[in-house]
Structure formats: structure tokens, C-alpha cells
Design a protein around this ligand. Structure first.
Ligand SMILES: Cc1ncc(COP(=O)(O)O)c(C=O)c1O
Ligand SMILES: N[C@@H](CCOP(=O)(O)O)C(=O)O
Length: 466
């Protein structure tokens, strides 16, 4: 499998190189040159397979000859061995039509572990025997940071610099990052929003001498390997609910458009998906884009679902690439306009094409609270604010009763204890794996959200290419 950049001028790469590269050198995002497909029988054959087996089968076409089948399976067994549920991503039935897909049984209690536990192992494998040292740069609104730090802490050939918006992540999220004191972990609290942090990451990649000197790589969903690993749980859940015979819908709490784009990839690969519900909070650029063609960024509003407080969603570019007929020139012009004006109009034809698979809903604070209360009192489930947004959207969209609707439960409620307590009057207990978090010392530096300040800090602490 080869990978092409959405901007069309970066080198075409294989899986190993694309994993280590993160962002493409032309500022674009890598996507598979063609979508591999699974036919009805291949999907049906996934029934009864373990999560690790399913993962190895679904990811094999993307990995190509970069790893043998046995090696890929062994890495999946190791990555998912750290999850606390035998099913890795279990389904919980809520009522006759609705299910939760619990993605938070990994080490840091959010769906990010599903991809990042594997990515940490892939980095290690691909760096083996190379005279190379990666400098991983990441931006987080809370969950990617903790999951990436857990996956990379102490690894000899990687340093990780993680930027989070100061004061805009939950206390548990912050401490999951800042209490990891391994020498190769560098936490940076920036004076700005997640969008500012993400823009700084992209600016560091765009500074090619800097990017090459420090061998930059990415752990955000700009890295194709992140999305690839997230495709698996769509297959895993769908076959458990009657797929491929019965199409299943998924409701996805959405910020950077990575998780729901993984669902789109699954659909492109042949998985019968009835609809992908893009659930946003009041930071609703994606809802406006999909429902009215208005892709225009406003200012970020801080909410009780901070991991979705995003206006400029990186992975939307991957969808736009397909909506532009994979014409990189047209996409570059559109993205150039968006960078300049902070707005882009989707044509009616693009809206119609996206509407074949996506539908969207905007969930405000009251509807989110209502969903948390409804889940707790009527369904016996304590859910986190992000999951609540997915569930509220699933109920608001109202798909036909014979379509099973799976809401992705993206984080454990204990990560957002204050918000959960405020909504349902009871605080979720901290799970054992993070019980000591509030007794541990923290390490982080605060920096202004400027390229000079952040590059200066990275340069002072990273290991440049020999
Ligand atoms: C708990 C949680 N839910 C939902 C999201 C949104 O996912 P995505 O950014 O892939 O759209 C995030 C952040 O990525 C998150 O941390
Ligand atoms: N919500 C995310 C934001 C970064 O998203 P990513 O999927 O691109 O890494 C977070 O929790 O950090």
C-alpha cells in the first residue's frame, strides 16, 4: 500500500515511512492511494474473532509488506493486552435500538489508547536498528496527550513534546500527562486554545529545516497509523450487531474529525454503515459544514466536553480531498482560501456526497446534561460529557427503529469528575489504574503560544540528527 498527500507534492510513501513521517512534507495529510475493500464473506469471517485478530486482519492491507502477518498480529496482541476488558472495546446495550461502544478500557481511559498503544509499538519496531531518533510533537485537548505519553514514556529512541491549552483540560487529564516524569516526556502548557496548539504543531512541521534537524513525527490523528487503528472497532462492533447483513449506524462525539473519519474509511472498505452521526458541542464548525455547507471557523468556546473544543478539525481535509475528487490542486486552492479567510463553502454536490454517509447534530450544554441524567437514571449508565454528546445526537437524529445505533463512548466518566458530578449529582470513582494520580508530583512548563517560544524549548531539550 502506498500513501499520497492530500496536497499532492510530498513524496509517495509506504506504510513504515508514513508512520514515522506523521504530517506530509507539503503540509498535507497522508491517505491510502486506494481504498482496500472487504467483501461480504471476508467481513462475515470476522465473527467470533478476538479484537487482536480482527485488528490484524482489518489493518493488514494498509500495512502491506512493512510487517509480516505474524508480526502484525503479535503487535496487536501486545497493544491490546494492556486493556482491562477481555473484549477490549465491549458493547453495552442501552435499549432496543441503542448501544454504547466502550472505548475507554485502556491505560489512560480514553479511546486514544486503542490507536496509541499500537503506535508506540510501531515506532519502536520501525526504529529498531536505525540510527534515528524521533522527536514527537503533539497537541492535545487532554486525551491524546495522556495516551501518547503512556505509550512513549521511557522509549529510548523517542522524545515527546506535548502541547496542551493551559487551564482548558480536566484535572485528571492534566495530571495523567504531567505526573509522568520520564526523561523523554516534555509537557508544555500554552497560553492559548487547542487550535493554537495544533497550529503550532503544523507550523513546526512546515519549518522544514527544523523538522528535518529534529526528525519530527506526530501522534495526533494527522498520523495515518492513528486512524488505521481506529477503523478496527467499527468492524468489530458491526459484526457483533449483525453485520455485514445488517447495516449499523454510529454516533461519534467529534472534534478533530479523526474518529468519525475512521468510520468513513470502514465504509469505504465495504463495511455496511447506515449512517455516521457527527456529534459536535457548541464548537459546531463540522455541523455547520455538513448541514449547510458553511465550513467557517469561529472562536473556541470552553465547554464541559473540553476534548471537543476545536474549531479547525485537521482530518476534515482528508474528507475534503475525496469530495474534491482527489484533485490535490483543487484541494490546495480550497485550503489556501480557508487558511486566509477562515471560511470555505461546500458546494451542493459536495454536501450531497457527504450526506450519503454523514449526518450531523449540534448538542448544547443543556442537551448534554439531559443525556447524562437520562443515561444515569433510565439506563443505569454513568457516561462522560463527550459520550453524552454522542448519545444526545443519536437520539435527536432519530434513525429508523430497525437500525442499531452505536454511540462511541470515548472516555471514562472519571476523567471528567467535576462535569459528571455537576450533571448527575454523584462523582464517579477514580479507577484503580489512576487512583494515585492526585498524590504525585507534576512537571510541565508554561509558554506563550508562539512558534519561537515552542521551537526554542524543543531545540533546547530534543536530540538533533547526528
Ligand atoms: C473524549 C473524547 N471524545 C471525543 C473526541 C473527538 O474525537 P476526534 O478528535 O477524533 O473527532 C476527543 C478528542 O479527540 C476526545 O478526547
Ligand atoms: N481531542 C483530542 C484533540 C487531538 O485530537 P487527535 O485525535 O488529532 O489527536 C485530544 O484529546 O487531545
Amino acid at each position: 500500500m502506498q500513501y499520497v498527500s492530500t496536497r499532492g507534492t510530498a513524496p509517495i510513501l509506504g506504510f513504515e515511512a508514513v508512520t514515522l513521517a506523521g504530517l506530509a512534507a507539503d503540509g498535507g495529510l497522508y491517505v491510502p492511494e486506494t481504498w482496500p475493500t472487504f467483501d461480504h464473506d471476508q467481513i462475515a469471517a470476522l465473527r467470533g474473532k478476538s479484537y487482536a485478530e480482527t485488528a490484524a486482519i482489518v489493518m493488514a492491507p494498509f500495512v502491506g509488506d512493512a510487517l509480516s502477518r505474524e508480526d502484525l498480529h503479535a503487535l496487536c496482541v501486545a497493544a491490546y493486552g494492556r486493556f482491562e476488558h477481555d473484549a477490549v472495546t465491549p458493547l453495552v446495550q442501552l435499549d432496543a435500538q441503542h448501544w454504547l461502544l466502550e472505548l475507554f478500557h485502556g491505560p489512560t481511559l480514553a479511546f486514544k489508547d486503542v490507536a496509541l498503544q499500537l503506535l508506540g509499538l510501531l515506532f519502536e519496531r520501525f526504529l529498531l536498528g536505525r540510527d534515528s531518533h524521533l522527536t514527537v510533537i503533539g497537541a492535545t485537548s487532554g486525551d491524546t496527550g495522556s495516551a501518547a505519553i503512556d505509550a512513549l514514556a521511557g522509549r529510548a529512541k523517542v522524545d515527546i513534546f506535548m502541547l496542551h491549552p493551559e487551564g482548558r483540560v480536566s484535572k485528571v487529564q492534566r495530571r495523567q500527562m504531567t505526573t509522568v516524569l520520564a526523561d523523554n516526556v516534555h509537557n508544555i502548557a500554552i497560553d492559548g486554545s487547542f487550535d493554537d496548539a495544533q497550529a503550532l504543531v503544523k507550523a513546526m512541521f512546515a519549518d522544514r529545516p527544523f523538522a528535518e534537524r529534529f526528525e519530527l513525527s506526530a501522534v495526533n490523528s494527522i498520523n495515518w497509523a492513528r486512524l488505521m487503528a481506529q477503523i478496527v472497532y467499527y468492524f468489530y462492533a458491526a459484526v457483533r450487531l449483525g453485520g455485514p447483513e445488517r447495516p449499523v449506524a454510529f454516533s461519534v462525539p467529534t472534534g478533530n474529525f479523526g474518529d468519525v473519519f475512521a468510520g468513513y474509511c470502514a465504509a469505504r472498505m465495504g463495511l455496511p454503515i447506515a449512517k455516521l452521526i457527527v456529534a459536535t458541542n457548541v464548537n459546531d464548525i463540522l455541523h455547520r459544514a455538513l448541514s449547510a455547507g458553511d465550513y467557517s471557523a469561529g472562536t473556541v468556546t470552553a465547554t464541559a466536553a473540553p476534548s471537543m473544543d476545536i474549531q479547525v478539525s485537521s482530518n476534515f481535509e482528508r474528507l475534503l480531498f475525496d469530495l474534491h475528487g482527489r484533485d490535490a490542486g483543487a484541494l490546495c486552492a480550497a485550503m489556501g482560501g480557508f487558511d486566509r479567510d477562515k471560511r470555505m463553502a461546500l458546494t451542493p454536490a459536495m454536501q450531497a456526497e457527504a450526506g450519503n454517509i454523514f449526518v450531523s447534530a449540534r448538542v448544547d450544554a443543556a442537551a448534554m446534561t439531559d443525556a447524562m441524567q437520562h443515561a444515569a437514571t433510565r439506563m443505569g449508565q454513568v457516561i462522560d460529557p463527550h459520550t453524552a454528546i454522542g448519545l444526545a445526537a443519536a437520539r435527536a437524529i432519530g434513525l429508523p427503529a430497525d437500525v442499531p445505533v452505536v454511540t462511541l463512548a470515548t472516555a471514562h466518566p472519571a476523567k471528567f469528575g467535576d462535569a459528571v458530578e455537576q450533571a448527575i449529582g454523584r462523582r464517579p470513582e477514580l479507577p484503580a489504574r489512576i487512583a494515585g494520580l492526585f498524590d504525585m508530583p507534576e512537571r510541565s512548563v508554561s509558554l506563550p503560544a508562539t512558534l519561537a517560544a515552542v521551537e526554542g524549548h524543543v531545540a533546547a531539550h530534543a536530540r538533533p540528527r547526528a
